[in-house]
Design a binder for this molecule. Structure first.
Ligand SMILES: C[S@@+](CC[C@H](N)C(=O)[O-])C[C@H]1O[C@@H](n2cnc3c(N)ncnc32)[C@H](O)[C@@H]1O
Length: 299
């Protein structure tokens, strides 16, 4: 900062923002996730423990690809990336390890097509550590954009069932992946990142020149300790030969009249309240970190 304080400066002192510049904080939480999915995804989709917010996938795809481009999600879950891509006239290919979710992703893609989505969409059941061997050979070197997110552990906050007064405990639902140990959700963080590095190495092999890998991740707390998943993801990207070019924040909270409207889960709120009551001034995380990486070449 120069000799004048920032508050002394007028707007004219700052260089104009180029029209092409993209914001680094995205208003992706204006509509809550359940409403974003209503009618657009089959109702069974709610049972997946770690879905991406459709608006985040949509924002990434519309910003970084054009109609007819190929988009890939190697950890596709219920197919959020694929469904949003096909609605935007892009073609999409995904891989998902658990047959339950891969079957649902295929059904969501059929549902999207029935609703008028014009892009092609396909899902393969398999282990994305072998991504280049799983997708059709003609797509290698053709993928414009990868949009994905790793699992952080075998269990998430899921949904809650609150009993009536004095009728037992609050129950968690839909908070676990299947039990197959090869699902990367079940490994240690070191194993998860080793597997994720292999998946990203496969992404490099299928990207077209100048293609982009976008990864959403969130730090989370385990036994009170903050686990830096975005930092681990960035390190995995570098090990896979990718270069981190941008880090953005996709809001989960809404914005109304200049204020944030939080969209926290029951257990997120409970954990924060408990921590604060114990003197640990934790904050409610209301965004996903989005890391954008390239394998080199012109964007
Ligand atoms: C965070 S979720 C992604 C959810 C997805 N973005 C969506 O909106 O449905 C991560 C997914 O990776 C899957 N997965 C875990 N290990 C995998 C592997 N080795 N290969 C492919 N998918 C894997 C999990 O089953 C889970 O569905």
């Amino acid at each position: 900062m120069s000799d004048r304080s920032r508050s002394d400066r007028s707007d004219r002192d700052y260089p104009p923002i180029p029209e092409s510049a993209q914001p680094s904080v995205w208003a992706t939480g204006q509509v809550c996730s359940r409403e974003q999915r209503r009618g657009r995804y089959l109702p069974e989709s709610l049972a997946h423990p770690g879905k991406m917010l459709p608006s985040i996938a949509r924002y990434l795809i519309s910003t970084h690809t054009t109609i007819g481009d190929w988009v890939c999600d190697p950890m596709a879950g219920i197919g959020t990336t694929l469904v949003e891509a096909t609605h935007l006239g892009r073609n999409a290919i995904g891989v998902e390890y658990e047959p339950r979710w891969a079957t649902l992703a295929a059904a969501n893609l059929r549902h999207a097509r029935a609703q008028g989505a014009t892009g092609r969409g396909d899902i393969v059941t398999g282990d994305a550590r072998h991504l280049p061997a799983l997708i059709p050979a003609e797509l290698r070197g053709q993928i414009a954009l990868v949009v994905t997110s790793p699992p952080y552990g075998a269990s998430t906050h899921g949904h809650v069932r609150t009993p009536g007064p004095r009728r037992g405990k609050v129950r968690k639902l839909d908070h676990r992946y299947g039990t197959d140990a090869d699902n990367l959700a079940h490994g240690t963080h070191a194993e998860l990142m080793e597997g994720f590095t292999r998946i990203l190495t496969g992404c490099v092999a299928v990207l077209r020149p100048g293609g982009i890998v976008a990864i959403t991740a969130r730090p989370y707390r385990r036994h009170g300790e903050l686990i830096d998943i975005p930092g681990m993801v960035a390190a995995a990207g570098t090990s896979a030969g990718l270069t981190l070019v941008e880090e953005c924040a996709a809001l989960i909270a809404g914005l109304r009249d200049g204020r944030l409207v939080p969209r926290a889960s029951f257990f997120q709120l409970k954990n924060i309240r408990d921590a604060r009551a114990a003197g640990d001034p934790q904050w409610l995380v209301q965004h996903e970190d989005v890391l954008l990486l390239t394998a080199g070449g012109a964007r």
